[in-house]
Design a protein around this ligand. Structure first.
Ligand code: AMP
Length: 217
């Protein structure tokens, strides 16, 4: 079973996916995290994706499909929170056609305002080892630039710099917003207000998802 978290960069998809993993026992599959792992491990995918990601553009659809096929697995009992896919209509159609025991059972649109998104992305810092997210004002690590979770270096993601943020928001409007229209009338879509603090968003999100998952079981 697949839950899609769709929203602009900075809408809180990763944070909410992590909370769903902790509280509901779901599995998170973040295509951005998978790509960053390829980059760290210097694989052919990582080498081809690094510059594209740094600019804030979309990595080609065939690469994403390869990642999806490798990571989804075949356990029908699993509930997978898909964070960052699909990001365009072609990917949404590919997901619908995928040969997999997993079917989409919920599409949660995390809807945040542009001002909140820009603040979250420009202030975001992440652990270069384990990916834990921080913020320069709201969530600082207890030791400067050192991850509380694993001791790794806390850095700014290259695509969280101003130029890339602007590109990523444009890409969202042009390529990903039509994905929301694609799902809006399909009977699985819920819009969740995502400007608030993570706990408030989590409460609203989990409420809609619990009933969606129940209906799918
Ligand atoms: P994220 O961590 O979800 O913000 O993704 C970071 C970057 O990874 C994006 O800006 C894209 O360059 C790339 N990426 C992640 N998911 C996808 C996708 N579904 N399609 C194309 N590119 C992606």
């Amino acid at each position: 079973m697949i839950i899609l978290l769709v929203g602009a960069p900075g809408a809180g998809k990763g944070t909410q996916a992590d909370l769903l993993v902790k509280r509901c026992g779901f599995r998170k599959l973040s295509t951005g995290d998978a790509l960053r792992k390829h980059i760290r491990e210097n694989t052919p995918i990582g080498k081809s994706a690094a510059a594209i990601m740094e600019q804030g553009k979309l990595v080609p659809d065939d690469v994403l499909l390869e990642i999806l096929n490798a990571e989804l697995g075949n356990d029908p009992a699993e509930v997978i929170v898909l964070d960052g896919y699909p990001r365009n209509l072609n990917q949404a159609r590919a997901l619908a056609k995928l040969q997999s025991p997993h079917k989409v059972c919920a599409v949660a649109h995390l809807d945040a305002s542009r001002a909140v998104i820009v603040d979250r992305l420009s202030g975001r810092r992440v652990c270069s080892q384990c990916g834990t997210s921080y913020h320069v004002v709201e969530k600082r690590p207890s030791k400067d630039q050192i991850c509380d979770n694993c001791g790794g270096a806390v850095v700014q993601r290259p695509d969280d710099r101003p130029d890339s943020i602007a590109t990523r928001l444009d890409v969202f409007e042009e390529s990903t917003a039509p994905v929301l229209d694609y799902y809006r009338n399909g009977g699985l879509y819920d819009k969740v207000e995502a400007d608030g603090d993570p706990e408030a968003v989590a409460k609203a999100l989990q409420k809609v998802l619990v009933s969606r998952v129940e209906k799918c079981r």
